[in-house]
Design a protein around this ligand. Structure first.
Ligand code: PNW
Length: 474
């Protein structure tokens, strides 16, 4: 029997969850007083998403809430990670709360609590109110200030029931895919502005945690989720290449959040783009808020090398190639293809990278508890007729089961070596709108049939259910 399939018990108290995000699943884009977000504008702009797919209907979760809650209960989740759509709460990003928006998340949170599932709420998973983008978006300081006000509304209204508050999901994506490569909304290609966005996202996190702590009457935990990158250097001068990409991908978030300063090498590497004058006195103190848990999203690794300019530069960094780099200040770094196997996203599968990442965080920030807030894989599923199931179909996704199994094991390896890892959330509860890839990539452990919205639990759902019940990896 191979290592991957030896049975292994989960530690006591280890949280098993699943994750989604508002724009990816809710649909009902113009209902309940919701204002437009940058993802509505972007997805409705021709050429921005594959096949012109939008989140207008998505999984119709907004109207299928009860059914989805029941699927979570049946799955045996300890916790559910979702995001709140800012434009449902404040349709134009400022001003009083929209009651309809609050009502929807009341029903979600109360429905979770009734089923004994801990609500893990993210304030921002990329659906910025369009009005705020029109006023400058994340490169503008006013967006961070508006985010603090939004957090105050949420703290007052939901802070008695939420288990964990997460300020931002993957500010790396918001800043660099949104403002440098343009692969994500709002689709801007301004590397200097993307660095201002980095800072204002960090600042927004700090302002939000202050506001949430001041208003939440329960005893929630406070967190942020980062998509930290694991880089492998290849060839001569690759240490320098790794230092640079690690700076703009990882340290430009970790260091201000946890140490209260920006890395001097990143400031130097990006000096031709910006003088960083958007960082004002006092900002560092606001950004460095105590964190009860650091959320880590992990999917794959990346291989980098020094690029000397003599051959065409390779950019196999797993991003949609839109001709603009999401790596400001890294023009002499190239991204080489990693060894397979790969998922349908073209991302290489390397569970050991997760062990290394968790151990690095444990080494550098030993006092910060860790949570894997996303991990999972897009694969093409095999759908077969099966008269034994309630839906009449079964979905075979052995590769996804193997991926999740191996990554939970890799995470537990890090825990065995000292990392303070508290739990694991599989991405995603259901197939959904995969951003620029539209509905073409399926990450769910529940299949969503488009456009009917019918939910079909996949084999991976049944496997995960077995895990939540036995608490033992098979
Ligand atoms: C994360 N990249 O997104 C998000 O948090 C999810 O919303 C998303 O569905 C999931 O991972 C799968 O993609 C990412 O280009 C999107 O490096 C793009 C990248 C990374 C994460």
């Amino acid at each position: 029997m191979s290592e991957a399939h030896k049975s292994r018990a989960l530690p006591a108290g280890f949280v098993l969850g699943s994750a989604t995000a508002s724009y990816q699943i809710e649909g009902a884009a113009t209902e309940g007083g919701r204002g437009p977000s940058i993802w509505d504008t972007f997805s409705h702009t021709p050429g921005k998403t594959l096949g012109g797919d939008t989140g207008d209907v998505a999984c119709n979760h907004y109207h299928r809430l009860e059914e989805d809650l029941d699927l979570m209960a049946e799955l045996g989740l300890d916790a559910y990670r979702f995001s709140i759509a800012w434009p449902r709460i404040q349709p134009t990003g400022t001003g009083p709360a929209n009651k309809n928006g609050l009502d929807f998340y009341d029903r979600l949170i109360d429905g979770l609590l009734e089923r004994n599932i801990s609500p893990v709420a993210t304030l921002y998973h990329w659906d910025l109110p369009q009005t705020l983008e029109d006023a400058g978006g994340w490169p503008a300081r006013s967006t961070a200030e508006a985010f603090g006000d939004y957090a105050e509304i949420l703290g007052k209204h939901f802070g008695d029931r939420v288990d964990t508050w997460t300020s931002l999901n993957e500010p790396w994506c918001s800043a660099y895919l949104g403002y440098a490569s343009g692969a994500h909304a709002p689709g801007r290609t301004e590397p200097a502005a993307s660095l201002a966005a980095v800072h204002h996202l960090n600042l927004a996190h700090g302002l939000a945690l202050q506001a949430l702590r001041a208003t939440s009457t329960g005893d929630p935990k406070y967190s942020i989720t980062l998509n930290l990158h694991v880089f492998r250097g290849e060839g001569e001068n690759s240490a320098e290449a790794v230092r640079k990409v690690d700076g703009v991908a990882n340290r430009v978030f970790l260091q201000p959040l946890l140490d209260g300063s920006y890395p001097v090498d990143v400031i130097a590497d990006t000096a031709t783009l910006t003088d960083w004058s958007f960082v004002q006195p006092g900002d560092a103190e606001i950004i460095k808020q105590p964190l009860d848990v650091l959320g880590v999203n992990y999917y794959s690794t990346a291989k980098v090398a020094h690029w000397d300019g003599t051959t065409p530069r390779q950019m196999n960094d797993g991003h949609k190639d839109v001709g603009h780099s999401p790596w400001p200040g890294c023009h002499d770094v190239e991204f080489l293809p990693s060894e397979g196997p790969y998922t349908e996203m073209g991302w290489n599968i390397e569970p050991a990278g997760l062990t290394e990442l968790l151990l690095r965080l444990h080494r550098e920030y030993p006092d910060v508890p860790l949570m894997i807030t996303e991990n999972g894989a897009a694969f093409a599923d095999e759908v077969v007729k099966d008269s034994e199931t309630p839906t009449g179909y079964a979905v075979h996704d052995e590769k996804r089961i193997d991926y999740v199994n191996r990554h939970i094991r890799a995470a537990l390896d890090a825990r065995d070596q000292g990392a303070d890892l508290r739990g694991y959330f599989v991405w995603s509860l259901m197939d959904n709108f995969e951003w620029g890839y539209g509905y073409s990539k399926r990450f769910g452990i529940i299949r969503v049939d488009y456009p009917t919205g019918t939910r079909i639990p996949k084999d991976s759902y049944h496997w995960y259910r077995e895990l939540t019940h036995t608490r033992e990896l098979g």
